[in-house]
Design a protein around this ligand. Sequence first.
Ligand code: FAD
Length: 466
Amino acid sequence: TQKDITTTLLVIGGGPGGYVAAIRAGQLGIPTVLVEGAQPGGTCLNIGCIPSKALIHAAQEFERALEQAGDSPLGIRVQQPQIDIAKTVRWKDGIVSRLTGGVGGLLRKAGVRVLKGWAHIEDGKTVRVQADGGGEPQRVRCEHLLLATGSEPVALPSMPFGGAIWSSTDALSPEALPRSLVVVGAGYIGLELGIAYRKLGVEVTVVEAAQRVLPSYDEELTQPVLESLKKSGVVLHLGCSVLGWDAAEGVHVRNAQADEFALPAERVLVAVGRRPRTSGFGLESLQLDMAGRHVAIDAHCRTSMRNVWAIGDLTGEPMLAHRAMAQGTVVAEQIAGQNRRFEPSVIPAVCFTDPEVVVVGKTPAEARAAGLDCIDAAFPLAANGRAMTLQATGGFVRVVARRDNHLILGWQAVGRGVAELSAAFGQSIEMGARLEDVAHTIHAHPTLGEAAQEAALRALGQALHI
Ligand code: FAD
């Protein structure tokens, strides 16, 4: 039998939450063990953020090549482009392995001991680790236990994953491009991937139970996405529920009028949400306080058990990699004795749809609902020189600020390339910027960032270019 390992911090799960916590703890000299059953990097690096953005980029490049192959207004002449999807997937896999390999190196450099295997919790200080393929389990005893087991896609009972029914993971590694794809769920994951497949030439149909796409986002922001979906030939069935699938007819759907019909679908991508991974590894035995489906935590990321911490998707919305990473740092630094809390003013959210959607802080409706007297102003990208040179004039940047002292409460943007503005948006709010701070900062010309400056100027009644 293997000797038990004793450590100060034991992290279960090597996603962006867990691996960042482990690296930071290692840097701070805390003896740390990280247990990961699959690959380091978790959902984000292996089957989430990174591979999806790689596929989206490839699809965008293909679409642009097709555009240029027509009557290109840019004067570019190219032959009819083709896509070799197997090569695209290999390229995407190469990026994933460079990044996951990099995470492995960083963990080693920080002195973290990585155990490859599945953790099973025995009690709040003891975990059993079982490697794939059997063998004697390894027992690890710890002072602090950090739960970072992430989340998994929700399946539909009428269409369990497998075969023609894809989860987002399957959609990221297609063996071939299907002729037709029905995407169930118009949240950001379904739309990002659905749009990419459409750009790759697949007939894409989106079925959504709500009456609009990206239902959790401000409707004004989603309007340009809706228009672009229609323009690109994505077929939308809103307010519809799916009943099942069969190979002959495709996906059976019922609309709001209770009419039933079938949509042809060689493949179906079910993207109806993700649920925290809370079962199958002994978590129940700790009897932690839960908040609905996720583990409840306080502002320190502590669970209801004093030495047990939890971060990332396991702790609920927003299920985003950058939130998990920030929480991971906060936990490691507290274990090292620092007085830290996880209390960001804002957590940016970006949809990498076409056009991209960025939400940082409060929308006008949210500010008003919070009882704040606010002003908001938008600047259209159609009036931004850089957007014109990029052929990306759809969309706008909007700022929301308090009317009395002009403190910025939120930013929203929709347009090609606006994801990169999210950092400046977040900084302005975390630093307590006022409209004047942004309006009087010299922004490089010509850049999309000028649209943010103009939105701030407009909110002050001083817009120059509109
Ligand atoms: P995870 O990344 O899920 O990692 C958890 C890890 O724990 C996994 O590796 C798992 O194998 C391991 N694990 C679980 N149980 C055990 C056990 N018992 N023993 C050992 N190991 C275990 N977020 C963004 O911010 N931006 C994006 O653009 C974005 N795009 C996405 C696209 C897709 C298609 C998907 C699916 C997700 C996307 N996300 C995005 C969400 C993002 O991936 C997650 O928010 C993030 O990965 C959560 O990190 P985490 O550390 O909490 O958990």
